[in-house]
Design a protein around this ligand. Sequence first.
Ligand code: ADP
Length: 376
Amino acid sequence: MVGGGQLARMTQPAAVALGVRLKVLAATAEESAAQVVNDPVIADEKALADLRAFAAGCDVLTFDHEHVPPFALEALEADGVLVRPGSVALLHAQDKGVMRSRLTSLGIPCPRWTIVASPADVAPFAASVGGDVVLKTTRGGYDGKGVWLVPAGTPESSETVAEPFRAGVPVLAEERVDYARELSAVVARSPHGQAVAYPVVESVQRDGICVEVVAPAPGLSSELAVEAQRLALAVASSLDVVGVLAVELFETVDGRLLVNELAMRPHNSGHWSIDGAVTSQFENHLRAVLDLPLGSPVARAPYTVMVNLLGGDLPDVYPAYRHVMARDPELKVHWYGKGVRPGRKVGHVTAYGSDLAELRERAWHAADYIRGDIDE
Ligand code: ADP
């Protein structure tokens, strides 16, 4: 696995159980996954020579992020390396413009969109959609960085309109969707086309960062749930995705589904599956990229709530760490081995059972306590 973040770290226990040796290429020995695998390879994840040397010791290459440049992926494939997901599929998770254009040609519902060449193009697009616009850098954004909301009537000289163009990559303009909530449909697909769909979840974002996931999405009609799963399975097969695919969706106030974006790797909206599903997304990602039979994605409990642990102002979280475990022995606590900084994802907690309100209270209590927002 290329990338030494928490996704590679959480893949390691799944590899242990499957009897698979997980090798990790990480940027530094301190990274989340480099701490937990044998002999991590410390190298440059974007340098072709480093990737080639790493791939030589692997049966199959997969990723914990989308940042390996397309030219390097293509060169590895030309060398005969099994790259999963492949470069063609992965491009749709790396470039939001490519993603929008392909999904639109497949008839998958998306927000109205266009590629804008300059700030002067934004107002005409806003007029055509009749409201606010969201501008996005087509490459390199994450956790809401690279996304700007431009209210209707904002002059083209304003900073919000100018800034997205500074990165020097094409800019995607979308209508601002009036959504009731955000959903995510996670599926896993293997090279010979077996696929499984996890229950559709609700994901709650704050300041562009996912803070809470509830599986399954409360109150979602079975029609929309099945439609979301069908949509994700259709994207996986049409783009020939191998591994986990997360399709982030908007549920609009008038009850439609629109695709926001794609991730082709285990995803934050699937972390609940470690404790809450028969087979975790990490295990199914490994099974898929190794072309093994996939495991059941079925939930173990009526509800699972996952809340991200974000760093707060408490530099020493050890007392809080002990407190949350002592207060709630049924809470599952996951730490990523990362230093605490305000707003940084340092772990997550999961609670599962049947009383959704109680599960949310318990999971949020732990997250608020760790961040230092409450002390009892
Ligand atoms: P990132 O790649 O940084 O995760 P996203 O494209 O997922 O960026 O956008 C981040 C957040 O911005 C979304 O979770 C959503 O809350 C909001 N957002 C993105 N696109 C739109 C849109 N077209 N309409 C309304 N809100 C949007």
